[in-house]
Design a protein around this ligand. Structure first.
Ligand code: FAD
Length: 405
């Protein structure tokens, strides 16, 4: 233990994509960072469909991890009405190898000076006015260290969040996915299926992934009505009206995991902040957590740097530093209200009605022009304003958005 550094500016618990990105951005700015990862390897195990939007990819420049590109989507109503959006010449999102992506992000942090301890996790923490004290299990050793700031990037079941009693994410979705060969899809398009039989309240997907497809579903526990997500995927592949597309599929892998959507009420404390899944920051509209996690890191970066440099990280300072997260939370809550209105609170018949409207050429044109998966609120509002058949929903939307504030 002699010679071991015992104080760090920042200790980050969890070397997933968000912890890796936080380590990268802080180290790049001269902050000493220790990254703790409980597993022996980065990026394993993972539960992810691998969608990384171009904005998030640009922040880390890891194009070498891309397996395929998505130019559009074919979306299906419960009775099978198809809505095809996107253009072959525009990339909507990338599909990455998640292990390579996570490794790449963490490597960027290490290249600019962060230190990584694998097979290491905190056993105990105490928050003091002048620092954070931690006892770390590092492989077979127990080590005491201090930090000026603790960042919890330790995923959906965050130890930091639970240990410091920082509340719970608003919604916990369950995601389940199999990887298959032999799916009959269309190059460059991901398929989305709706309806109570295959994806109550949300949607199921088939995502092109180079030589394979990722077939999955996510749902809220309360909508499952006694079924498991595994049973929903089996139903989609074997009994649904789309089952012929899966006839020649052979499974090569399967994953299951929680998706925390909805910021914890207060993702900060004196000398502590939660980022990424630990703080419940995945999008309620898609379940994507990488883009919002990176955005959360960037939004608080300047505040954290200034707080660290001046050693001003009291509860009051942290509240100010974390303010941009509250803006993100507001936007996500509005998106959730529109999601509920258009999809989650709808019966299959109502969903069919919505798809009927979505499938009109003038509406598809509008979606293609204004549709940005990153900004569902402006698109939702445009649809409510410009599509006469959606007008009856506009009043409800207004109330729902007001309530979401
Ligand atoms: C089926 C499914 C599909 C998904 N598809 C997508 C998608 O296509 N696109 C997308 O953007 N998101 C997707 N997500 C969500 C995405 O996987 C997460 O939002 C993302 O991984 C969050 O990153 P993170 O770094 O916050 O947490 P994580 O990726 O969970 O990383 C947390 C890290 O912390 C480590 N850790 C945990 N506890 C401790 C501890 N006590 N000590 C030390 N280390 C610890 C873990 O081992 C892990 O390495 C999907 C999720 C599921 C379940």
């Amino acid at each position: 233990m002699s010679g071991q550094q015992s104080h760090w500016d920042v200790v980050i618990v969890g070397a997933g994509p968000v912890g890796g990105y936080a380590a990268y951005r802080l180290s790049q700015n001269g902050i000493s960072v220790l990254l703790l990862e409980e597993h022996a390897e980065i990026g394993k195990p993972f539960q992810c469909a691998g969608l990384v939007n171009p904005g998030a990819m640009k922040k880390v420049d890891l194009e070498n991890t891309i397996l395929s590109q998505v130019n559009g989507a074919r979306m299906y109503s419960p009775s099978g009405i198809e809505v095809k959006i996107g253009r072959p010449d525009a990339i909507r999102t990338h599909v990455v190898c998640r292990k390579l992506f996570d490794e790449g992000v963490v490597r960027k942090g290490l290249e600019v000076g962060a230190e990584l301890w694998l097979k290491s996790k905190p056993l105990d923490v105490s928050i003091n006015p002048e620092n954070v004290s931690l006892t770390i299990q590092k492989q077979s050793e127990k080590i005491s260290i201090t930090a000026s700031l603790l960042i919890g990037c330790d995923g959906a079941h965050s130890w930091v969040r639970r240990q410091l009693k920082m509340g719970k994410p608003k919604e916990f979705m369950i995601g389940y996915q199999v990887e298959v060969t032999g799916y009959r899809g269309v190059d460059g398009y991901l398929d989305m299926f709706t309806g109570n039989d295959v994806a109550p309240g949300l949607f199921a997907w088939a995502i092109p992934n180079g030589k394979t497809h990722r077939i999955g579903v996510w749902s809220r526990a309360e909508d499952l009505d006694g079924r498991s997500c595994e049973q929903l995927v089996e139903y989609l592949m074997e009994q649904s009206q789309w089952s012929d597309r899966f006839e020649n599929c052979r499974e090569t892998a399967r994953f299951c995991g929680p998706i925390p959507c909805g910021f914890v009420p207060k993702p900060w404390n004196q000398r502590v902040i939660l980022l990424g899944d630990a703080g419940g920051m995945s999008k309620p509209t898609t379940g994507g957590g990488i883009g919002p996690g990176f955005e959360a890191v960037d939004s608080v970066l300047d505040g954290l740097l200034s707080g660290l440099n001046r050693n001003k990280l009291t509860e009051k300072d942290m509240k100010k530093i974390a303010k941009p997260l509250m803006g993100m939370r507001k936007r996500q809550e509005k998106a959730r209200a529109l999601r509920d209105l258009f999809v989650t609170s709808c019966s299959d018949d109502e969903l069919d009605n919505h798809f009927e409207i979505f499938s009109k050429p003038e509406v598809i044109k509008l979606i293609n022009e204004e549709g940005d998966i990153e900004k569902p609120v402006p698109l939702g509002m445009t649809l409510l304003r410009k599509v006469p058949k959606f007008r009856p929903l506009a009043l409800k939307a207004g109330f729902a958005i007001l309530k979401s504030r």
